[in-house]
Design a protein around this ligand. Sequence first.
Ligand code: ATP
Ligand code: MG
Length: 207
Amino acid sequence: MADASADDSVEKGRAERHAARMARKKAHIDAAIAAADAERGLLLVITGNGKGKSTAAFGMAARALGHGMKVGVVQFIKNRTDTGEEAFLGQHAEWHVTGDGFTWDTQNRAQDIATAERGWAIAARMLADPSYRLVVLDELTYLLSYGYLDSDLVLDALAHRPAMQHVAVTGRAAPAALVELADTVSEIADVKHAFRGGVKAQAGIDL
Ligand code: ATP
Ligand code: MG
């Protein structure tokens, strides 16, 4: 039938255009992959108001541990030590929970600053030690935005860490200077969260 053969040729033309488009795309991607040949430690910042910042960092910790890398984790602000990530990944990573809880719980700025400085001392030790291949600084952004830590001191330690060491920083409202220093920055948007639907924090999802 005439109609069927017209359909066939339309389909053939479409397939050929698709193949040509994919070939151009592949050449483009192959060239970009060939150009990205540097290898070094990366500074990642995972920020934004949506859920998934800390879990993204812990996902990287799992990856690094899978490659036999030494991983250090410092959790700021939060004080719970009953999380699934600590129970599981803490068997292989060096894990420090250094917070006193949320600022609206502690209500004591001097105490928050002293706690931040104690946590930072652990982080600074890791950032000076090349045997740590990945350091996770969970919720560090708050210590900068609340002014609990000297921003220049923190940025300097991050900038001068060992060349092959990766660092992942999490927390909302990452300061501009931290974003500037970072290699990879992801901002997670808050589209919906079960908490606003009245669901309490769930083991396996939130802790
Ligand atoms: P997660 O640890 O689940 O990856 P996160 O690091 O992105 O979350 P945080 O600001 O550290 O987020 O908050 C941790 C806790 O608060 C988790 O229980 C998380 O589900 C919850 N949470 C995160 N974002 C929101 C939000 N937009 N609204 C309500 N609760 C949130
Ligand atoms: Mg978090």
